[in-house]
Design a protein around this ligand. Structure first.
Ligand code: B12
Length: 464
């Protein structure tokens, strides 16, 4: 069977810091589905409309008549673009089956099939279901599938509680992706070309704002050896010099991190990298080893310094862990990118002021401030619906830069104001700017300053 997967183009609001930071990351979920299909004798391709900035018309002209199935992925802010693409395909190619997958379709599977946006949704992990679809298995026998029967009834097949072993999967089909288009977030990579990689599924955290329903309760990992082989492959075939590990918590299994670092060090591999971590998953020894193996930056989800909020979002960390981790990371000479949230349940103007003041005080290299967003499927979303604090369901605005919650403790306008203020205060401090201007070494550094400065100045001029 012939499959074509589409990563939709997303519309990012100008006010969204991501439009400035501008990372372009490969749709690895789709690349793995292709690899699995190809390994089983099927044919597959990917259109990464985001990376290539393709509009719906461009996508249509790339769809050839010999494709049997079109698969579209979508997160929440992408779902509207995904639906537009699906509708155009329906109109132009009524004989093609349309499958959706990814986070948002997993949560709203019934609606999407009911409303005929697509023919079926694969919920959660896609590898096993896509192979069964390709093998023309009767629909009722495909776990995790939501589909419509001939008499128009939406059928929700049972969920399979068995997940794939990541080491059994083939390497993602990087060869089907426009590899030269990908780059890490500005400030996240110290060398280029860089690319994103994901080496585990699941997270030890159970934060209320994060959707963890995709990959089951237990965290699964690619072995260190497998990650190492993928790095070598990316270096050899695409000249990749830097990896951004996008695992929810790269340091969830320290034994694996240690093995990977040892492989990189003992084989003298010249690769630099960054990753995400929780403050309760690292220690001084592993940080020193990570640095030796090329890690130059870690993003920690600090979120806030307010104990009530940390409790409300079930972050399950203690404030004293922050201080230790910051000093250990600094001792290891690894840069810190701090991630903070504004507008969580229990938030007040005072707590937002405290978060911004803390971000400035702790001497970190970068800060990302996000507006707490209740993504569908999360505990936070359910809470917002139950308490009547969800302002709307305009999904394209669920992008961490719009205020979706209407909290009793602080107004949406105030949250929006503090969001702008946070970036302005963090990045427009002389004590932040001067040492960095004096330290510009690479084109990436330069690009980062000009892009960020331009965006922030525009926002300030517009009085935002
Ligand atoms: C890497 C990453 C990014 C990268 C790149 C995203 C990309 N191009 O894939 C960057 C940094 C750009 C990013 C940005 C954002 N992200 Co992000 N990101 C992730 C992260 C950490 C990993 C994604 C990944 O590669 N997973 C591994 C692959 C194998 O899984 P997968 O893509 O889901 O694909 C599997 C299945 O979903 C399924 N599948 C997927 N698509 C399809 C299609 C078909 C047809 C089929 C059959 C199956 C199928 O099969 C695949 C294989 O099993 C996830 C968390 C996570 N662990 O998944 C968050 C996550 C997806 N991101 C999230 C969010 C909120 C965002 C942003 C909205 C944040 C923002 N700043 O605005 C943006 C939106 C960007 C976008 N693409 O829409 C949320 C999504 C919540 C939601 N309801 O939408 C997640 C789930 C994090 C979380 N736990 O809350 N993100």
């Amino acid at each position: 069977m012939r499959f074509l997967f589409i990563n939709p183009n997303r519309r990012i609001a100008r006010s969204n810091i991501w439009s400035l930071v501008n990372s372009v990351t490969p749709p690895l979920g789709l690349a793995i589905l292709c690899a699995v299909l190809d390994a089983n004798g099927h044919e597959s391709g990917i259109i990464d409309a985001y990376a290539e900035n393709l509009q719906t018309e461009d996508i249509m002209s790339a769809v050839s008549t010999d494709i049997d199935v079109i698969g579209i992925t979508a997160t929440t802010p992408e779902i509207e673009s995904a639906a537009i693409i699906a509708k155009s395909i329906r109109k132009r190619f009524p004989d093609k089956k349309i499958i959706m997958g990814g986070v948002h379709p997993t949560v709203f599977h019934q609606n999407l099939v009911e409303e005929d946006i697509c023919d079926m949704v694969v919920r959660g992990e896609g590898e096993q279901a896509i192979l069964l679809i390709a093998a023309k298995t009767p629909m009722q026998n495909i776990p995790n599938l939501t589909w419509k029967s001939a008499d128009g009834k939406v059928i929700v097949n049972p969920q399979k509680e068995e997940y794939v072993h990541l080491d059994d999967l083939p390497m993602p089909s990087y060869n089907k992706l426009p590899m030269r288009r990908y780059r890490s977030a500005i400030g996240a990579a110290m060398r280029s070309p860089s690319v994103g990689m994901i080496t585990s599924r699941g997270c030890p955290g159970k934060c209320t704002f994060c959707y963890s329903g995709m990959f089951g309760e237990k965290i699964r990992y690619l072995s260190a050896e497998n990650v190492y082989q993928q790095i070598i492959y990316l270096q050899t075939n695409y000249g990749i010099r830097e990896i951004s590990f996008y695992d929810d918590t790269f340091t969830a299994n320290l034994r694996r991190v240690e093995q990977l670092c040892q492989l990189i060090i003992s084989n003298h591999i010249d690769i630099s990298w960054s990753c995400f971590a929780r403050v309760d998953t690292v220690n001084p020894g592993i940080l020193q080893l990570m640095k030796k193996a090329g890690c130059h930056q870690i993003m920690y989800g600090f979120e806030t310094t307010d104990e009530n909020i940390l409790k409300a979002v079930n972050k399950r960390v203690k404030l004293n862990q922050y201080e230790n981790v910051i000093s250990w990371t600094r001792d290891a000479q690894i840069d810190i990118r701090g991630a903070f949230m504004l507008g969580s349940p229990e938030e007040t103007q005072a707590s937002m002021r405290a978060t911004i003041a803390y971000a400035k005080k702790i001497d970190i290299q970068y800060a990302i401030f996000n507006i707490t967003t209740p993504f569908p499927g999360t505990e936070l979303f359910n809470w917002a619906v139950q308490t009547g604090t969800l302002r709307h369901k305009r999904w394209a605005e669920y992008d961490l830069s719009h205020v979706i919650l209407s909290l009793p403790s602080v107004s949406p306008q105030k949250v929006q104001d503090y969001y702008k203020k946070a970036y302005r205060e963090f990045y427009f401090r002389l004590s932040y700017i001067l040492p960095r201007l004096l330290n510009i070494k690479t084109m990436d550094d330069l690009r980062m300053y000009f892009t960020a400065a331009k965006g922030f100045i525009l926002n300030v001029l517009k009085g935002k």
